[in-house]
Design a protein around this ligand. Sequence first.
Ligand code: ZN
Length: 499
Amino acid sequence: MTTEERLKQYEEWLFRRSAYQMALSIIGIDKLTVAPPAGNAYRDARTAYLSGELFSIDTDPAILEVLKELKDDPAVDADTAKGIQLYYEEAQKRLCIPKAEYIAFEELSNRSYDAWLEAKQKKDYSIFEPYLKQVIEAQKKLYGYRDSELPLYERMLDDYEPGMRIADYDAFFAAVKERLLPLIAKIRDAEKPEDDFLYQEYSVEEQKKFTDELLQYLRFDPSWGYQNETEHPFTSWTCENDCRTTTKYLPDNPVSAIFSTVHEVGHATYEHQCDPRYDGMILSDGISSGMHESQSRLCENYLGRTDAFWEYNFPRLQKHFPEQLGSVTLAQWMRAVNAAGPSLVRTEADELTYPVHILIRYEIEKGLFSGEISTEGLDKVWNAKYREYLGIEAEDPSEGILQDVHWSGGSFGYFPTYALGSAFAAQFTDAMRRDLDVDKALAEGRYDLCMDWLKEHIHRYGCRYNAKEVMLKATGKPFDVNIYLDYLEDKYSRLYGLK
Ligand code: ZN
């Protein structure tokens, strides 16, 4: 076979697998947004079948032979070769798993999700516990098939953030503990900013009208993006020109929907701004979970919680809620939306305490896979850690161990990337501010200038380069956790008059 013939086969294979991926993605979005629950069993069985078919396509020995030949073929251009290399590595990870076990795991994770949802609604961890146990055992087995020197939990960490090891995360979280826990304790004792005005009746209808304006400011264009509502906001996509986000409206607080919108649109913009040449290919994916999260958090916190962002947007919000916000000043609003303090629910946590929520999950995951912690009584372990680090404890498990969906589907090793993403974002913003008058752009409604900077330095590459390479390209230096911790110390010492 010639290089041209192999490339033709490769392209046909890419198209075939992207069709299955698109179907699975749309069914997944549908399940999490609008699909009636009574259809779950029927749908889950067929979704598992489609996943199995995709598995077969991805591990077809004939295509693997083609990939193997092409990845070292000097006649293949560098971009294509990189994509082929990534597919080949992914295939090796999957190939080691017997197909029947792969399908069984898909089915298990679907049932486990349903059990998690029921447990959360009934506020009863015991409904979910047997599924969590099975999911962990299944993951141990599936990851055990891999030909890898890494400890089990490290293999999982590596899937979400390639190259990050337990020792790297241990150092990262040790720095978080050392510098942030004392600051959080000081803030807990400091005077609370006035924020009563946030907790009143805010009509959801009116909130949606403001969201429409906000989506325009964020350049989330209906020609390529659509926003829905879910209990747990997320972003998903089929290609660069079909990105779906969700948000959650609270009738007694507008802040949740606003910042989850800015966050999820940050994820969607990352996908949308990738080089269109990579569409339908592995190169169009974000580099890693940490990098994806860095883009959403950059938008949410490093742009969305600045004075400049609200100089433009606050008067518009006030127009929708004159009774609630008419007499509130911009300075009061800024202090309220940046208020920090221990809380139970990760997705509602402020920037400062957020990494501590992640630290707790990291310690639990590490313990679950080293065997030091078991699923039995895990709700109590969870509560004890919240008490130790944040001084509070959930009475209701839906605000404790059942709050997050991740573990129901076997996503272990994912949480740490959330904290890492915030830290990456601090360093990217630092670089963006060197090139661009960010505050001027935000205050004048030119959010697009910030998105252009991200496109130029990060988004367009997709996963053509790894996280370390992009960090160096975009910021001129390797990742440094201190940029993040300096930012938090500076911001919160200022806000709370601790300096
Ligand atoms: Zn996110």
